[in-house]
Design a protein around this ligand. Structure first.
Ligand code: SAM
Ligand code: SF4
Length: 468
């Protein structure tokens, strides 16, 4: 297993431990740091530690207000929607927290056949999804060629006006050649979560004899992906394995490392909290409470202003309702984790032996759309940047003043209208067009506004895939 040319272990354990233990609350300094973030500058690890040290009611209120404001400033009121699609759950590893681990004998093992994969994609398109993340266990069966072929299948399946326009991947880290093969199939983001940045804890949950037992192979994954030409990189930590403050500093160290060595930070950060899984009987002394979870999302928002934050349906609808304001930019909806789950009927019970873990938010896509719309968010299926080549270092989405106005909001409105026309329930359609009306009212009279209005009319008449 060959690491990338510039492989470095950028996790300075002693430094991170020291920052977590010794940084004391200092609101004067924290306020300077809020200003820096609101100026859209990424924070250093030390500055992030100052935010992690905030404990007072007054300080936490200011922290949440700053995160809310930054989210509005950088991302506007759009929330990007996607669905995970589990392709296969065979696995050679024994990660102690995962329902797919090799030793979980009760788990029903399956890899979707080509026709089953097609059926899943057709169902996802019928719900209205345009963006998928394909998820794989780690197995010699799931070669880069197999993953690439699954991606191509996603792009080729079309039902009615439905099509998949962006396919992201969450799979075991590959070598440079493997990443290159997958990249050629036209993927968006490749995600690899470090799980925990704390080496000792990493060894505790990932047996040394497993492929995944090699901490450095995983830590270096995104560098190899970048070397292979993938510049939309997704990183993450599984919260609950170790001290949440340490993991936040680990994520920020990782983001800064990528920025320094690749010239581009991570495209997304994920922060799943550990959920019950088949046969899981773990003692989790570091389980993250809801209050800590809210803080960690707000702090990540401020620390990496330009990185998308993904909150998955592992969280309950109530938590998603609260936390979304602090800086989340992408969520999944209508999620089914069972392999082949999108062919099942609505409201099916979750079966722990068929799923990687138990999810918290079981609402269907249309209900999630309705919820977002009534909260004033524009649910977006936009995939324009990636398809127009605006990725990686060229992906200036948030850096160029006016980018959101020129591209993101119009594209969000148009893709929302497509959804409303093709898949929206009556209540969602009402709420959706009401919100679109309000968004248009906010815009000054201009050529841009005329173009959006014309495109909306075209969508109503049946034209699809218009983009800015
Ligand atoms: N097998 C690949 C790997 O491990 O990188 C990718 C797929 S794995 C199914 C995707 C992610 O699910 C893991 O990186 C881990 O963070 C998360 N996960 C595993 N078990 C979980 C659990 N019990 N609760 C929440 N998330 C979990
Ligand atoms: Fe396998 Fe990934 Fe689960 Fe670990 S987290 S057991 S590698 S599917």
């Amino acid at each position: 297993m060959k690491l990338s040319a510039n492989a470095v272990d950028f996790i300075d354990d002693a430094r991170l431990q020291g920052l977590v233990a010794d940084t004391k609350e200092d609101l004067t300094r924290a306020r300077e740091i809020f200003r820096k973030s609101l100026n859209k500058e990424a924070l250093s690890v030390e500055e992030t530690a100052v935010l992690l040290a905030i404990e007072s009611e007054e300080g936490l209120k200011e922290l949440f207000d700053a995160a809310r404001e930054l989210k509005r400033k950088v991302y506007g009121n759009r929330i990007v929607l996607f669905a995970p699609l589990y392709v296969g759950n065979y696995c050679i590893n024994n990660c102690k927290y995962c329902g797919f681990r090799k030793s979980a004998h009760g788990t029903v093992r399956k890899t979707l056949s080509h026709s089953e994969l097609v059926a899943e994609i057709e169902n996802l398109e019928k719900y209205g999804h345009k963006r998928l993340i394909l998820v794989f266990g780690e197995s010699p069966v799931y070669t880069p060629e197999f993953i690439a072929e699954s991606v191509r299948t996603c792009y080729n399946v079309k039902v009615g006006n439905g099509e998949i326009r962006r396919v992201n991947i969450n799979a075991a880290p590959l070598d440079v050649e493997g990443f290159r093969i997958v990249k050629e199939a036209g993927i968006g983001t490749f995600q690899v979560f470090q799980e925990t940045y704390h080496r000792e804890t990493y060894s505790k949950y990932h047996p040394a004899e497993d492929v995944k037992g090699d901490y450095m192979w995983r830590l270096n994954a995104m560098d190899r992906a970048f070397e292979a030409g993938i510049d939309d990189m997704g990183i993450g930590a599984l919260f609950g394995l170790y001290n949440w403050k340490y993991e936040v500093l680990g994520l920020v160290s990782h983001a800064l490392h990528l920025q320094k060595t690749c010239g581009v930070g991570p495209h997304t950060i994920s922060f799943p909290r550990i959920k019950p899984a088949a046969g899981m009987d773990l003692d989790l002394p570091y389980e993250v409470t809801d209050d800590q979870f809210k803080r960690l999302v707000a702090i990540l928002r401020l620390a990496v202003p330009y990185t998308g934050l993904i909150m998955t349906a592992r969280e309950s609808s109530a938590i998603r309702d609260e936390v979304i304001e602090f800086g989340v930019s992408q969520i999944d909806a209508g999620t089914k984790l069972e392999i082949g789950g999108y062919q099942n009927q609505k409201g099916d019970q979750q079966d722990i032996n068929k799923e990687q873990f138990v999810i918290g938010d079981t609402r269907e896509l249309d209900d999630v759309m309705h919820w977002l719309l009534t909260k004033g968010y524009i649910p977006s299926f936009c995939t324009a940047c990636y398809r127009m080549g605006r990725t990686g270092e060229h992906f200036m989405e948030f850096a160029i003043p006016g980018f959101i106005k020129r591209f993101c909001t119009p594209n969000a409105i148009i893709t929302l209208a497509e959804y409303l026309e093709d898949y929206g329930s009556e209540k969602t359609k009402d709420a959706g067009y009401r919100l679109i009306g309000q968004e248009l009212e906010k815009l000054p009279e201009s050529a841009q506004k005329q173009k959006i209005t014309a495109n909306l009319e075209a969508v109503r008449k049946g034209t699809r895939d218009l983009r800015f």
